[in-house]
Design a protein around this ligand. Structure first.
Ligand SMILES: [Zn+2]
Length: 290
């Protein structure tokens, strides 16, 4: 029996796995999953098991806060000032230089805490909860006080955890016509979203990759993308590590009618500086290898 072809195939697979891992993920604390936005079919992954746990979503939640505001007020999004603040200021933005005058597009693009903290004050907690429910994200959300719910809306969340894989599916549904694709342990579903709010989110997440927190993903992939970053304190085995952070990025490509979506995670990192660049690499790798 000639075993050479089998050996060669195994060897090639081995080499290509190493290459993909080394090229994509030099950081042992990083993980990603790449899916079809329509079907949820997994097209690439490294350490997906990390993504199947529950975590505080950080600023990835801001997309759903935006949807909840729209449910209540339509497209009458306010404009706020995000001033420069001292790092000791509890109501300052994550960016202490401030973002200046901010509407919803810039607020999403720069993940502006000052903006989201203020719209969170206007959104009914019931409507926010119903919004999460529509996307099947509301597990463990019940019996919370208003103050906690408003913190969750802002992305300042240590009180509530959610599966990032479910967040990825919810993001896909916003851009695939409202379809919640099948996932183990979860039913499929459809989410009705007005074209107007879909456009607002599309614009904000595109601006994020052009001039906002996702800019590294756009630069590294060299492609028009849409995306959203998230950062939270490090969450290890259900406990907070106050000395470290973890970064997330959800990105979709192409920017118009996305076909693929990636979720990246970097323990010990941040959304903009670690997870978004990794997302750009994954998308470039996938498109080149196709
Ligand atoms: Zn800001």
């Amino acid at each position: 029996m000639n075993r050479a072809p089998t050996v060669l195939v195994v060897l090639l697979l081995f080499v290509s796995t190493i290459f993909a891992d080394e090229f994509l993920i030099s950081d042992p604390n990083a993980a990603f999953v790449l899916v079809s936005t329509q079907s949820g079919e997994v097209l690439g992954e490294t350490r997906r098991e990390v993504l199947e746990k529950q975590y505080p979503p950080g600023s990835l939640i801001k997309v759903f806060t935006t949807i909840a505001f729209y449910q209540q007020y339509g497209d009458h999004f306010p404009v706020y000032q995000c001033p420069a603040t001292l790092s000791s200021d509890p109501v300052g933005c994550w960016d202490r230089n401030g973002h200046g005058e901010v509407g919803i597009t810039d607020a999403l693009a720069h993940s502006c805490n000052v903006y989201f903290r203020q719209i969170a004050q206007k959104i009914s907690p019931e409507i926010f909860q119903q919004t999460l429910q529509k996307f099947q994200l509301s597990k463990g959300f019940y019996s919370r006080n208003e103050e906690d719910i408003r913190k969750i809306m802002t992305g300042n969340t240590l009180e509530w955890t959610v599966s990032p894989m479910l967040l990825l599916r919810a993001y896909c549904s916003i851009f695939n016509g409202g379809y919640l694709y099948p996932m183990p342990g979860h039913s499929t579903g459809t989410v009705a979203l007005d074209r107007k709010i879909q456009q607002i989110l599309q614009q904000g997440l595109a601006e994020s990759t052009e001039n906002g927190t996702s800019i590294e993903a756009r630069r590294i992939s060299g492609r028009p993308l849409i995306g959203k970053t998230g950062t939270s304190l490090m969450w290890e085995e259900g406990k907070i590590n106050w000395r470290s952070t973890q970064g997330w990025w959800i990105g979709l490509y192409p920017a118009q009618k996305p076909e693929i979506a990636v979720l990246t995670f970097v323990a010990g990192g941040r959304g903009a500086t670690h997870a978004a660049p990794l997302g750009g690499k994954v998308i470039a790798w996938f498109l080149q290898s196709r």
